[in-house]
Design a protein around this ligand. Structure first.
Ligand SMILES: Nc1ncnc2c1ncn2[C@@H]1O[C@H](COP(=O)(O)OP(=O)(O)OP(=O)(O)O)[C@@H](O)[C@H]1O
Ligand SMILES: [Mg+2]
Length: 381
């Protein structure tokens, strides 16, 4: 069904934005999974211009009544916001496609089976250490789960895993089922695994790229994740061999870069952005952590202890979204040290709830606008 309407907009005015279109499409829910069609990656190659909107619908399960209804639903949803004059071209691709992540095993790009069920795989990275990657990854994962998404979290830091502490489960060990597959732990609605469970910290120092890559592969392909909307990977600090190996082992849907406002952190964050550009992984955006401090007794005040807006400027320079400005907050540190992150406390955390919504939206946009032919290139040095 190509060119399902051929109308000219007489004013030739853009009355709608990409965001409006994305929002309208996100209201279409697939009944089996109860997920919206953008999260499921059923909409691709979305191009929104002043007078024309084109997109391709990839049907994961052709032949179902929902599959037949999608083009009509999509047309209605778009026309509701863009009006009846806009030219709308909807292509339907019936090819059976793999919506999950691709794993690279023994030099081959491995397409996961239809039961893999991991829709979006997102790395949380930085150039500099100690800027709050794990803090953001943990609270983001919990906030996404609170929003109703199915979420997994992997701590890939073999040298200094911190997620077990932040979840208060240092002593827990994952079980292995009869098929010798790892069953992730679960807390605060998040399924989680840490490389720290597999690696003895005393031997971690001698680990090299291939060993790390093997362990990451095992983590992802030999674990009973079930259906996940988001698998979040907390990366170790830096942009060296280990980080590159991890981001090359998994076909990531996107990356989130964490930076503090400081010049040195921003310079390292820039290297992080470059690393993902090198391996063709889209950067979903930047989080500025420790952006400012607001004393509880002076709620109107913002003190910029580490400088102001460094990460914002990097986002502007790179044309990236500033996903959140997370304040310096002693309660955030304390809560992570106590094993009950802020986002897991009753009422949650506004800043991380907003971050979760923004990350979900950027994932929708990335899924909807990605081209059919886009592949994650695996380049081995
Ligand atoms: N916004 C914040 N306010 C207060 N403390 C914070 C904030 N973000 C992080 N911290 C604290 O800073 C320290 C470092 O944070 P975290 O471990 O998340 O950083 P990281 O980037 O994951 O570090 P590494 O590079 O070692 O993996 C922790 O003690 C954490 O509690
Ligand atoms: Mg960390």
């Amino acid at each position: 069904m190509s060119g399902s309407g051929s109308y000219l907009n007489p004013q030739n005015e853009l009355n709608y934005s990409l965001d409006d279109i994305v929002d309208s499409l996100a209201t279409i829910i697939e009944p089996d999974s109860k997920k919206d069609i953008l999260l499921l990656g059923l909409v691709r190659q979305l191009v929104v211009t002043e007078s024309k909107i084109t997109l391709t619908i990839f049907l994961k399960k052709p032949g179902t009544s929902f599959a037949e209804d999608i083009p009509g639903f999509v047309e209605n949803a778009i026309r509701e916001v863009a009006g009846s004059d806009v030219v709308l071209e909807i292509d339907v691709d019936n090819a059976m496609i793999s919506l999950g992540m691709d794993l690279k095993i023994d030099g081959q790009q491995v397409k996961p089976g239809p039961d893999t069920g991991i829709l979006n795989t997102i790395a949380v990275a930085s150039g500099k250490g100690g800027v709050g990657k794990s803090t953001v990854a943990v609270n983001l994962a919990i906030a996404l789960a609170s929003e109703g998404y199915d979420v997994g979290l992997v701590d890939t830091d073999i040298y200094g895993p911190s997620i077990p502490t932040m979840f208060g489960i240092e002593m827990a060990r994952p079980q292995v089922n009869d098929e010798r597959r790892i069953i992730p732990l679960e807390k605060y609605g998040v399924k989680l695994l840490s490389m720290g469970f597999l690696v003895d910290p005393k031997t971690a120092v001698v680990w090299r790229g291939p060993m790390v890559s093997g362990a990451v592969r095992q983590f992802l392909s030999e674990t009973e994740w079930g259906d996940l909307d988001f698998l979040i990977l907390d990366l170790p600090p830096g942009t060296g061999d280990i980080q590159l190996t991890i981001v090359q082992t998994i076909a990531l849907s996107g990356a989130i870069i964490i930076s503090t406002p400081q010049k040195v952190a921003v310079a390292d964050a820039r290297k992080g952005v470059a690393m993902f550009e090198q391996v063709n992984v889209p950067v979903l955006g930047i989080v500025e952590n420790m952006a400012f401090f607001t004393p509880p007794e002076l709620p109107e005040k913002k003190y910029y202890l580490f400088g102001e807006g460094g990460a914002r400027r990097l986002a502007e320079e790179k044309g990236l979204v500033l996903l959140a400005e997370v304040p310096l907050d002693p309660k955030l540190r304390q809560s992570c040290d106590d094993g009950i992150p802020l986002a897991a406390l009753p009422g949650g955390s506004t800043v991380f709830t907003e971050l979760a919504k923004t990350v979900a939206r950027q994932t929708w946009i990335r899924n909807a606008t990605r081209s059919e032919t886009e592949k994650v290139e695996i380049v081995r040095g």
